[in-house]
Write a protein that binds this ligand. Structure first.
Ligand SMILES: Cc1ncc(COP(=O)(O)O)c(/C=C/C(=O)C(=O)O)c1O
Length: 353
């Protein structure tokens, strides 16, 4: 019996060579008992994608993307990133012995992610612009210089990310009624939807979960398109949110995401930075689950939908929490009271307990 992991599902994956792998996937599906009780949702779960090799779900896409780069005989891989894509690509390119180039929006990438891209040997370029501009630039670089582009416009990235849904169904023992994801470039929600459609088409499952997109209030083109019943998203020029991973105004996979939400009668909701940070703290303190701010948005969105009476209490809900808490330590330090510093004596210690 194959262990729960990305390559357990190799028959649904397009790579035929020996993959570049770091045993990605197989992430835990946690029952959110306390937060579920608070919200009247006894079947609320979180799939902790921060437990992947590089600490985010991007590893699922990169094991495919970098394997494909190798299969296609590419020499260099590149991406623009709000951080986790670049961290993951650096890790898998290192494993494959392939040079990597990453473009990051200067001043808006969480410390842990920059540390990973640097330590794993990528050429890290920080541009004076936002993620959307970085993506335009790396796209042009790849087209003009034959470099392999590994952003989520690369279909092989999404192939690997399909496995989040496969694992959730295998772990839950049934198809969840709803899968909730934080949405930035909208690759992940599109990938999970595509995978479960494939399982329905081959008769593995006969229902699809309601695909639910959660965005930060300062960066919510998909939410606006769904709530405004628009045919396509209106690009936001100046996306802003503390959840830097989803600070994206022009999601390249928007069309796929709108289809995923609409065809499954899902929904899209926004949450404020305060609601995101409150949920990041609650997941850590009540459930022992440490995630970066963007990841907490999915559960923060469920709290909001529950409070608005939009959810059936019987729903089986899987929230994808997408990246590890350690990715963005600076935001945590800013949110928390500092450690209490004392003289090295027991008396001093007892005086502060
Ligand atoms: C923690 C975390 N949570 C959610 C998302 C949104 O996923 P998509 O909607 O598929 O983009 C990201 C995305 C990050 C990047 O886009 C990048 O790293 O360049 C993330 O890092």
């Amino acid at each position: 019996k194959r262990p729960i992991s990305v390559w357990r599902y190799k028959e649904f994956l397009p790579v035929r060579i020996e993959p570049v792998t770091l045993q990605e996937g197989g992430t835990p599906l946690y029952h959110l008992k306390k937060i579920g009780e608070e919200l009247g949702l006894p079947n609320l779960y979180a799939k902790h994608e921060g437990m992947n090799p590089s600490g985010s779900f991007k590893d699922r896409g990169m094991t495919l993307g970098v394997s494909m780069a190798k299969q296609l005989g590419k020499n260099i891989v590149a991406c623009a990133s709000t951080g986790n894509t670049s961290a993951s690509m650096a890790v898998y390119a290192a494993k494959a012995g392939m040079p990597a180039v990453v473009l990051l929006p200067a001043g808006h990438v969480a410390l842990g992610k920059v540390a990973q891209a640097l330590m794993h040997g990528a050429k890290v370029i920080s541009i004076r612009g936002n993620f959307d501009r970085a993506l335009e630039m790396v796209h042009e670089l790849c087209v003009t210089h034959g470099i392999y582009l590994l952003n989520s416009i690369n279909p092989y990235r999404l192939e690997g990310q399909k496995t989040i849904g496969f694992e959730a169904v295998d772990q839950l023992g049934c198809v969840p009624d709803r899968i909730v994801l934080p949405v930035g470039n909208a690759g992940n929600i599109s990938a999970v939807y595509k995978g479960l459609c494939e399982w329905r088409d081959v008769g593995y499952i006969d229902t699809l979960p309601m695909m639910t997109a959660i965005q930060a209030e300062g960066a919510m083109p998909v939410v606006n398109a769904i709530k405004g019943n628009l045919p396509e998203v209106v690009v936001e020029q100046n996306p802003e949110t503390v959840a830097s991973a989803i600070r994206i105004g022009a999601p390249v996979n928007a069309e796929k995401a709108l289809r995923a939400i609409r065809e499954t009668k899902g929904c899209a909701e926004s949450v404020t930075d305060e609601e995101i940070l409150a949920m990041q703290r609650d997941l850590a303190r009540y459930e022992g689950i440490g995630v970066e701010p963007a990841s907490a948005a999915s559960v923060a969105g469920i709290r909001k939908l529950a409070e608005q009476g939009m959810l059936d209490p019987k729903e089986k809900i899987v929230c994808v929490v997408t990246g590890h808490l350690l990715k963005d330590p600076e935001t945590v330090i800013k949110q928390c009271a500092p450690p209490i510093e004392i003289d090295p004596t027991i008396e001093a210690l007892l005086s502060v307990l």
